[in-house]
Design a protein around this ligand. Structure first.
Ligand code: GLA
Length: 382
């Protein structure tokens, strides 16, 4: 791809950087409630080739996959209406500057193999690959955690999604063959080797992405905050749902609108499930892990209401199958993938069966991906 860069910009790139998408084993919609998640970086990533330019403050970025170029001045950055991928680029640049970075102009191309709209966070991959590249190129010396937070702010302010830290943190901190339990309050984390015995993780992509995803996501976050405000009236030391036990939540159930209680109940119980999943991983209890995946899905579907017919269909299809120990929707919801814990020897037959059933139900060909976990963001001078 270096020749691609040289062809467009008439000089070679000086640096290449990349960052992966992510899966999340369990712990959904807990991150922005300061709770626990268990993500891992996948082996699919977005790669940038970059070089600084001296003349002006004009930056140029070319998307190889979209065959589109964007140009912007470092001095005038604002979100673009319908800007798509371009908003992630200017978002990262703007948030680096907000965090105190002194950036020079640059030229870049990027390309990747992270599936788009599949719920494996291609957006975090894009943000983190660029943030990591610019951090090296201009010797900014931001830590990996700072880069993840800067990328998260790009998503908040330039893509309009008030996301938690999980996706960007996983894209930066991923480790080959491992998931990690992340405490989204302290940002402490512990790696777990993904050793699943006779089983493996397979993603089934519904290939649908319902357009409400962004607004519904932000609504859920607001509903959780509403729950916290109500609980605070009784227990002032509560700062967010991480501070709330099931017993305490149940105690104040009657003080809360039913919908708000439902949302809070999901978050409080999902946090517990993450910790239980860690215990199950430690003793390689795959049955237990699978059961937790189903519980997580049911809660996301019924209490948190972020699933959709296509996701529910795929999960329901697995329920009476002996070769599948657990399945759930993954990520923000309203489309994207389900995560399935499947017996390796039965994998191919299962994928054929579920693909046929899904096509019959929806007229859509699903995509299946075996999960392979890779390393987080990297940058190197060429
Ligand atoms: C999206 C967000 C994450 C997280 C998940 C749900 O992927 O970007 O921060 O909230 O949804 O767990």
């Amino acid at each position: 791809m270096n020749h691609h860069f040289s062809h467009i910009f008439h000089h070679p790139p000086t640096l290449s950087s990349s960052a992966p998408g992510r899966i999340n084993l369990i712990g959904e919609h807990t991150d922005y409630n300061d709770g626990f998640v268990m993500p891992g970086a996948i082996d699919k990533k977005i790669t940038f080739h970059l070089a600084s330019t001296s003349a002006t403050d004009l930056c140029k970025v070319y998307s190889v996959d979209m065959e589109e170029t964007m140009e912007f001045s470092l001095k005038r950055l604002h979100p673009m209406e319908g800007g798509g991928w371009k908003n992630y680029i200017i978002g990262v640049v703007a948030e680096l500057q907000n965090a105190g970075a002194s950036l020079g102009a640059f030229e870049a191309i990027f390309y990747g193999n992270v599936p788009l709209g599949a719920g494996v966070s291609s957006s975090a991959a894009l943000e983190c690959a660029l943030a990591t590249g610019l951090n090296e190129l201009f010797s900014l010396r931001f830590s990996q955690t700072q880069l993840a937070k800067i990328a998260q702010m790009a998503e908040h302010h330039y893509a309009g999604v008030a996301c938690g830290i999980m996706d960007q943190f996983a894209s930066v901190m991923g480790k080959q063959g491992h998931v990690f339990r992340l405490d989204c309050r302290s940002l402490e984390y512990e790696y777990f080797p993904l050793e699943l015995g006779d089983y493996e993780l397979v993603l089934l992509d519904t290939c649908v992405e319902h357009s409400l995803a962004g607004t519904e996501y932000n609504d859920r976050r607001t509903q959780c905050e509403e729950g916290v405000e109500l609980l605070k009236k009784h227990v002032p030391e509560i700062h967010n749902l991480r501070d709330v036990s099931l017993t305490r939540l149940t105690l104040f159930q009657d003080e809360m609108p039913a919908l708000i209680y439902q949302r809070c109940l999901h978050v409080v119980q999902e946090n517990v499930r993450v910790l239980q999943a860690c215990d199950a991983m430690k003793v390689r209890d795959m049955q237990k892990l699978g059961g937790l995946l189903y519980q997580s899905h049911d809660s996301l579907s019924q209490l948190y209401e972020v699933s959709c017919q296509e996701l529910d269909f795929l999960v329901d299809f697995t329920r009476n199958k002996e070769e599948v120990l657990g399945a759930r929707m993954m990520g923000g919801g309203f489309g994207g993938c389900t995560l399935n814990l499947i017996k390796s020897s039965e994998k191919e037959a299962f994928i054929s069966a579920v693909s046929a059933a899904y096509f019959q139900q929806t007229g859509i060909n699903l995509k299946a991906y075996a999960v392979a976990l890779g390393d987080g963001a990297q940058a190197k001078f060429l």
